[in-house]
Design a protein around this ligand. Structure first.
Ligand code: GTS
Length: 271
């Protein structure tokens, strides 16, 4: 801008043609800035099947950030193939989120982008490392629960016991201790972060498998009661929100038709 005005003030004949070029360039750059603004302002668009799966944490995080979004929920293998044909899926896999002019794939990449953009990812590198450590543990637990419905009837009870044992012996004690030791309301930096959102999501998932699973964890009970009351979270937990229900027979069949699921599928995802 400064360079442009000094050019215009120069007043020489030969400068006027270069000035008009500069003016055109300036207008063009304004236009693309506007277009960029429009892209930034567009609602994120989530592409996945009509179920929780890997996308549910993305829905939770956007809800916690207070961001409205649209969803393209496919029902058939054909829908998924068409999305692959569009060339938007880097690895021919979902979840995929279109936002800010990008088609973002890989669940962690999507979550990190949203957490960073909406200030849910700590104030510095060290807080981010702690959030990552919490979130990675929670995702291990989350993955086990996510794949549990695909277990074979004869292995179901054993896998359920294993998940509950891991939740109550390995993962929940970590978050209980963290909250107890620092005495703050949230896991990291005393403000809501991705780790808190992920923790509430996974607590509710474990409770769906076994009610009362938090009885030995008083700090987690307080945490749950507190975070559930946050207006954005409360809204997401209301009926009719984009939150998806637990897997039932119908959604199980839908995802089985869309993706190939081999015999050891569930065992491969046990941490
Ligand atoms: N690491 C990837 C991520 O985290 O996003 C894995 C993505 C993935 O495996 N997606 C599955 C898929 O697209 C769908 S789901 O398991 O999330 O429901 N599978 C098709 C394929 O060809 O891999």
């Amino acid at each position: 801008m400064f360079a442009l005005s000094s050019c215009i003030q120069g007043g020489q004949q030969e400068e006027s043609s270069s000035t008009s070029v500069l003016v055109r360039l300036f207008v063009l750059s304004c236009l693309s800035e506007n277009q960029e603004l429009r892209i930034m302002a567009a609602k994120p668009k989530l592409y996945y099947f009509d179920g929780r799966g890997r996308m549910e944490s993305v829905r939770w995080l956007l809800a916690a950030a207070g961001v409205e979004y649209e969803e393209v929920l496919f029902q058939t293998a054909e829908d998924f193939k068409n999305l692959i044909k569009s060339g938007k899926l880097m690895y021919d896999q979902v979840p995929m989120v279109e936002m800010d002019g990008m088609s973002i794939v890989q669940t962690r990449a999507i979550l990190k982008y949203i957490a960073t953009k909406y200030n849910l990812y700590g104030k510095d590198l060290k807080e981010r490392a702690i959030i990552d450590m919490y979130v990675e543990g929670m995702r291990d637990l989350n993955d086990m629960i996510m794949f549990f419905p695909f277990s074979l009837p004869e292995e179901k009870q054993k896998i359920l016991n294993y998940i509950l044992e891991r939740a109550t012996q390995r993962f929940f004690p970590v978050y209980e201790k963290a909250l107890k030791d620092h005495g703050k309301n949230y896991l990291v930096g005393n403000q809501l972060s991705w780790a808190d959102v992920q923790l509430l999501e996974v607590i509710l998932m474990v409770e769906e498998l076994k009610a009362g699973v938090l009885c030995a964890f008083p700090k987690l009970q307080e945490f749950k009661a507190r975070v559930i009351k946050l207006p954005r979270i409360q809204k997401f937990l209301q009926p009719g929100s984009p939150r998806k229900p637990p897997v039932d027979d119908a959604s199980f069949e839908v995802s089985r038709k869309i993706y190939k699921i081999d015999k050891n599928f569930v065992l491969k995802h046990m941490s």
